[in-house]
Write a protein that binds this ligand. Structure first.
Ligand code: AHR
Length: 307
């Protein structure tokens, strides 16, 4: 819009510090801590004035933070939406105020994609597929039923929806692979442990745990050990993220397979802020590159892990 062009032009021309308002999800996991640090360090390096808020995993808090940034007339608003739905109204308010919005890490399901400039982050469906492919391959010769329990991320969040969808899509190729229980652990260690305890109580024969992040897997490992079972052996464990603690557990053989999700989005975000303020065309979707790690890979990689 003309208003947006005027704002960005004035920020760029006046030589004043660029102000970036960032509404973070919370501090629910090791991944999130690394993501926050990356954003704070990169903003500092870029010489931006960063206004940072932590929504404690509540959408209403994020909406409040975004409205505050609009009132403060920041140059750019970036945020990682805790859930996918329900953003249209506040994003429209930002657009009407001429403030460009950048999504990082998690997507929104808004039909009107003019409400944001770009979305920088992982392909969560692909992450779910990678988890599923490893499992399908591991059990390709098995004639028995494989009982899987799933710890989902925060209900309604893009990573929970997509990691489930990608995984389900792949494992349905083998009817022996059965998800017998699936519940949210809210991406936290405490909830992961609590829900795994309930799974263990209700099901005698769990073969596999698929956790949507390392923290929930780490909580579940405690529950499994307290139940007198061996994580990684009695129950095969797959998780997503690849934070240091996850790698540690994998290198000890307690997690069998980790699908990486890269939290270091700060550099790409600051570049996108610069580009948006310079009125450059930027891609609507910027996908982060990531790998997969077995226990052996994790052992090798652990000393190099930054977060
Ligand atoms: O949105 C990314 C996810 O959020 C990470 O995989 C999880 O650890 C975090 O809480």
């Amino acid at each position: 819009t003309a208003a947006a062009a005027a704002t960005t032009a004035s920020a760029a021309q006046s030589g004043k510090k660029v102000t970036l308002g960032f509404a973070q999800v919370g501090a629910e996991s090791g991944w999130r801590t690394a993501n926050t640090k990356s954003i704070q360090d990169s903003a500092k390096e870029a010489g931006f004035d960063l206004k940072f808020s932590d929504a404690q995993q509540k959408q209403e808090n994020q909406i409040k933070a975004i409205r505050t940034y609009i009132q403060q007339k920041v140059d750019v608003i970036a945020f990682s939406p805790v859930v996918e739905s329900g953003w249209d109204t506040v994003l429209k308010e930002a657009k009407d105020a001429g403030i460009p919005v950048i999504l990082t890490d998690r997507a929104v399901d808004s039909k009107d994609t003019s409400l944001y400039k770009t979305f920088i982050g992982s392909d969560f469906v692909e992450e779910g597929r990678s988890a599923g492919k490893w499992l399908v391959d591991k059990y390709k010769d098995t004639k028995d039923t494989v009982n899987i329990v799933e710890l989902q991320g925060t209900t309604g969040s893009a990573p929970a929806n997509d990691r489930k969808a990608g995984f389900d899509e792949i494992i349905k190729s083998n009817p022996n692979l059965k998800v017998i229980a699936s519940q949210t652990g809210d991406f936290t260690r405490a909830k992961g442990k609590e829900v795994m305890q309930a799974f263990l109580k209700a099901n005698k024969n769990i073969n596999v745990l698929y956790a949507h992040n390392d923290d929930m897997a780490l909580g579940a490992i405690q529950a499994i050990e307290e139940a007198g079972l061996k994580p990684g052996k009695d129950i095969v464990i797959i998780s997503v993220d690849g934070v240091k603690d996850g790698f540690q557990a994998a290198s000890e053989g307690k997690i069998n397979f980790i699908v990486e999700c890269n939290p270091l989005l700060g550099g790409q975000l600051m570049q996108a802020v610069r580009d948006v303020l310079a009125n450059k065309e930027i891609p609507k979707r910027i996908v982060t590159k990531e790998g997969v790690f077995t226990s052996e890979d994790a052992k090798r990689e652990l000393p190099n892990r930054q977060y």
